[in-house]
Design a protein around this ligand. Structure first.
Ligand code: DGJ
Length: 736
């Protein structure tokens, strides 16, 4: 059967012309394959017009074979007929976790979604957009599923729009972005949890029957305890180079929820979207709700290709200025905290220049007068320069920076307010708090109500005014330290259950507005460390702050896990005084991303300063490879005493290999060669140790040359030992 849609004049109505073609049997079902370079998602419309997922995995050689998948894979009976629904509606035949659940205008809780039509548009050589309209036969209510596919990157972004044509208000109880379906004998989930300074701690377990839910209910700083990124290996845990694995993440900077349920036929349903916790959303007649996108990639060759898929996609299409450049910097947070003034900052600007980095980043503490920001107890919300610390304003600092030949950037946390602030007293109705309950603080602060358009204006103007004061302002660090307690918006009145969703939409409105005025100014996404790292926000930000934990040994692990999902160019890594490792180890670890410093430069010994200056120069020589190269995880710090990470220039003429000791027990080190990946087997390479501490001799012989084949099969030993706990190797093509 084929269904051809005919549109009537009323926009929400679509009727079907069901054509029975000769030669079609009653069981013939239409398939919709969505292919990328290596993978395919096959959807199928069944005889009852329900849309199901037939297959998600490696592409088949013959497109015609997709229609055979259903018969080949059928197992026990599906008595509901919708275990594999491509977007499971609640309240009709479904008995599993739904993707969507609604209460119709008449109070009825049932939903059925039937296929109406679909279309596929080519948006660019690499990008297609498939949209599939579904409609409830009993109610004027429809859902359109969107699949934006990036062919070369093997990435799909999936979201939907939900439209009500009912006469009264419909309540959305659950409104997921995507409902995937995977088939394997076993499913292994790698998920993450954390806390301040403990970001991206992995757990990898086999899923059992029942529902496993990953979620956040924190509102802002939503990833503090758990980020939305995860991976699922099919049959057995995927390794870096082998096994089938799906990586997924919700592009949303607020509450999320991902349900993973093994169904009675042993398929895995993955339903991901905004968390519906306390978030029933009302749709008035004619209104449409658009969900954020869930992004995913699949690899049949392990985690390495899956992560490179996401890196390529992010750099090409999602991360702001993903193919651009970044600024190295000196930040003053850990060197001064709140204690600075104009003259101290002048010294730091000179240090910035002396170090050789591009920019000085002035952190927290520069604002507030009636309630000066001298600690984290006061001042948030009052974004005027503190007259004692900066009597001549930021314009003066910016001028001095210019005279010193460095750029200037500044920290803001514009979504927040301290009760000790003018703003709090002037606009109590802008503050998120329960009218009848005591205030409860996270870092002595409260969150402003971004669901309120006036607050959005305030946040926009807070940032805009900085650019007005200093038109050359070159960098913003946007912090967000508090979660939301006592969620309540004065503005929303009796629509409180829309608060969490409207907050994030409000935030995105502000960011969109800022980006239309300041399209490329680099901005760091920071949230008391890595409390807000997601692709919803990263389309407005050039980089993120992975963690306040800058102990380089910790960062090896933290950056490792982030690196599965986010490209190195987006990872802001600062050299600080955290940890017990050498300065070289700290600098090397920070080089695996976007390098910055947050140390007291003036207190460095001459030799340490020389090392840092040389390191900045060395970094300038390799940063393009780190930022735009293909990233290969060579030795996993969780599985041995050495961690090794490689970045290979796309034309395979150059690579940089970072190696670290992560177990400092006696005699630990790299006792055997590490196999390199991603090099051209036919090319020859020379290996040179870089970033050596002054006076230290290299151990690796620069005169030898190796073929890419040799480096891939036999490898090279970076000679990591307790005495050489951090080794960086530059691998350059050589013609001999
Ligand atoms: C939390 C951030 O993660 C730090 O880097 C620093 O900017 C402080 N906030 C400032 O309050």
């Amino acid at each position: 059967m084929r269904y051809i849609s005919i549109k009537y004049l009323q926009p929400c109505f679509t009727a079907f012309l069901v054509i029975t073609m000769s030669g079609f049997t009653a069981s013939a079902q239409q398939t919709i394959p969505l292919e990328t370079a290596d993978n395919v998602l096959v959807l199928q419309i069944d005889q009852t017009k329900r849309l199901n997922t037939l297959y998600l995995g490696a592409k088949l050689a013959n497109t015609t074979d997709y229609a055979l998948i259903g018969d080949a894979r059928s197992s026990t009976a599906d008595f509901t007929g919708m275990f594999r629904s491509a977007y499971t509606p609640a309240g009709s035949r479904n008995v599993l976790e739904p993707a969507i659940s609604v209460t119709h205008a008449d109070g009825n809780n049932s939903l059925d979604l039937q296929y109406v039509s679909h279309e596929s548009k080519k948006l660019a050589a690499d990008i297609s957009l498939l949209s599939i309209r579904l409609k409830d036969p009993a109610y004027n209510f429809e859902v359109t599923l969107f699949y934006k596919s990036y062919y070369e990157e093997n990435v799909i972004e999936q979201w939907c729009t939900i439209t009500s044509g009912e006469k009264g208000t419909v309540t959305l109880q659950k409104f997921a972005s995507a409902n995937l379906n995977l088939q394997a004998k076993h499913y292994w989930l790698r998920q993450y949890h954390g806390d301040w300074a403990k970001e991206m701690r992995p757990d990898e377990t086999e899923l059992t029957h029942g529902i496993k839910t990953l979620d956040s209910k924190l509102g802002t700083r939503a990833n503090l305890l758990m980020p939305s990124v995860f991976m699922i290996s099919l049959d057995q845990p995927a390794t870096e180079d082998a096994g089938q694995v799906l990586f997924g993440a919700l592009e949303w900077s607020g509450n999320f929820r991902t349900d993973l349920e093994i169904d009675p036929q042993e398929n895995l349903r993955v339903i991901s979207g905004i968390n519906n916790y306390a978030s029933a959303y009302q749709l008035k007649p004619g209104e449409t709700f658009e969900t954020p996108a869930f992004v995913y990639t699949f690899s049949a060759k392990g985690k390495g290709p899956a992560s490179r898929n996401l890196h390529n996609w992010a750099r090409n299409y999602k991360l702001l200025d993903g193919k651009g450049t970044r600024l190295t910097l000196l930040n003053n947070w850990e060197s001064t905290y709140f204690d600075f003034n104009e003259s101290r900052l002048s010294g730091l600007l000179k240090d910035t220049h002396n170090l050789g980095v591009d920019l000085f980043l002035l952190d927290d503490g520069w604002f507030g007068n009636a309630y000066p920001r001298n600690s984290d107890h006061a001042g948030l919300g009052d974004w005027q320069e503190n007259r004692r610390k900066l009597p001549n304003g930021i314009a003066e600092i910016a001028k001095t920076a210019q005279a010193d030949g460095v750029k200037f950037g500044i920290w803001v946390e514009p979504e927040m307010v301290n009760p000790q602030s003018d703003l709090y007293h002037r606009h109590p109705d802008w503050v998120i708090k329960q009218p009848q309950r005591d205030e409860y603080y996270f870092r002595n602060q409260l969150v402003l109500d971004l669901s309120n358009a006036q607050v959005q204006d305030f946040v926009f103007h807070t940032v805009d005014s900085l650019f007005i004061k200093d038109p050359g302002l070159a960098y913003i660090k946007w912090d967000c330290n508090s979660v939301i307690y006592n969620a309540y918006s004065v503005k929303l009145g009796n629509l409180q259950s829309q608060f969490y969703v409207d907050y994030v939409r409000g935030l995105y409105n502000v960011l969109k507005r800022l980006r239309s005025k300041y399209p490329v100014v680099p901005m760091m996404l920071c949230s008391g460390g890595g409390g807000r790292v997601d692709y919803g926000a990263l389309q407005y930000f050039t980089e993120y702050w992975p963690s306040d934990n800058t102990d380089p040994l910790e960062r090896i692990f933290i950056q490792w896990e982030y690196s599965y999902f986010y490209p190195a160019i987006a990872s802001a890594n600062h050299v600080t005084d955290w940890g017990k490792q050498s300065l070289k180890y700290r600098v090397d670890a920070a080089m695996m991303g976007k390098l910055g410093f947050d140390i007291v430069v003036s207190k460095l010994s001459p030799v340490d300063l020389k090392f840092c200056q040389d390191a900045v120069a060395a970094y300038n020589g390799i940063k393009a490879v780190v930022w735009q190269g293909d990233q290969f995880r060579l030795a996993n710090p969780d599985q041995g005493s050495v961690a090794s990470m490689l970045y290979v220039k796309p034309d395979q003429t150059c690579a940089v290999m970072f190696n670290y000791l992560v177990n400092f027990r006696y005699g630990e080190g790299s006792h055997s060669p590490i196999l390199l990946k991603g090099l051209d087997a036919a090319k020859r390479y020379r290996v040179k140790e870089i970033n050596l501490y002054p006076g230290v001799k290299p151990v690796i012989d620069e005169q030898k040359s190796y073929s890419g084949d040799f480096l891939g099969k036999i490898g090279i030993n970076p000679v990591v030992t307790n005495e050489r706990s951090s080794v960086v190797l530059l691998i350059n093509e050589s013609n001999q």
